[in-house]
Design a protein around this ligand. Structure first.
Ligand code: SAM
Ligand code: ZN
Length: 270
């Protein structure tokens, strides 16, 4: 399986240091091994996606193992489904993707990681050579119709239509989204009234919901870990200086996690 050209959607042929389509559009491989398939004209900002600060904070936090139960739960689903091709959408710095790749390797399959943030993909590719990483937008995935056995989407945007296009009939999408109480103690430091995430059941056009599990566990964080957690979330920019100071001084900040993990099966009939 190969990438598609983001300009003309023809297959990209791998060369030694680049990928080239029949029309001659060329995309060079970076020295870290990833390829940037996000043409300037498709960018909505100069540096789309999560910032470098968010990415560095997320790497420190995930490396400490605080979200390992989430990774383990998705790995367990993958062990059972045994896909031989997997795409992690919005893979960030690659912590989850690398875990999934170990399972896909058992089938001698391929794991792909995609994110719109170049800085995150650079970090990911540098550390995890077993994954094929690309910079691209989830609004137009650089993959052929019905080419993937499985897609994982952890807290990342992607339209149902695009997922339905790339997943094979009978293939799966695994989504992880925040449950009602996710990080509510952290939010309590920032908002006067903490609104619980909605627990409404979702739907994904073209897919049948097959499994839903809620995973939650308590975390006790040291000041620097709590600061990293805040930095990697979208509510960081709302936090007043007092909040950052208070978190930095924490020795045991208690915070709940709450994730909803769903497995969606691609319908087989057209
Ligand atoms: C909340 S982060 C989750 C990262 C990773 N899955 C994790 O949980 O650690 C969302 C990720 O989606 C990426 N992202 C945002 N918009 C995107 C888009 N349109 N296409 C691809 N990735 C996108 C961000 O750069 C970021 O890395
Ligand atoms: Zn092309």
């Amino acid at each position: 399986m190969s990438y598609l050209c983001p300009l003309c959607h023809a297959p990209l042929a791998p060369q030694e240091r680049s990928f080239v389509c029949p029309q001659g559009h060329q995309f060079d491989k970076a020295k870290e091994g990833y390829v940037n398939l996000l043409p300037v004209q498709h960018k909505r900002s100069k540096d789309p996606g999560d910032s470098s600060e968010m990415m560095v904070a997320r790497r420190a936090f995930l490396d400490a193992g605080h979200y390992q139960p989430l990774r383990d739960a998705i790995c367990q689903i993958l062990e059972q489904a045994a896909p031989s091709s997997l795409l992690d959408i919005g893979c960030g710095e690659g912590y989850y993707t690398a875990g999934f790749a170990q399972i896909i390797a058992q089938q001698e399959g391929t794991t792909w990681g995609l994110d719109v943030a170049k800085v995150a993909i650079r970090y990911a590719a540098k550390r995890y050579s077993q994954v094929q990483f690309c910079v691209a937008s989830s609004h137009r995935l650089p993959f052929n119709d019905q080419s993937l056995d499985a897609v994982v989407r952890i807290f990342a945007p992607c339209k149902a239509q695009e997922l339905a296009r790339v997943v094979k009939p009978g293939g799966i999408v695994i989504t992880a989204t925040p449950g009602p109480r996710h990080l509510m103690q952290l939010k309590g430091l920032i908002y006067d009234n903490v609104v619980l995430h909605s627990a409404e059941s979702e739907s994904l056009a073209g897919f049948i919901a097959e499994q839903t599990q809620q995973i939650s566990w308590p975390m006790t964080l040291r000041g620097n870990e709590a600061v990293a957690l805040l930095q990697m979330t979208p509510f960081a920019w709302r936090a007043r200086p007092e909040v950052w100071q208070a978190l930095t001084a924490e020795t045991a900040f208690h915070c709940e996690t709450d994730f909803i993990v769903r497995v969606w099966r691609r319908e087989t009939s057209a």
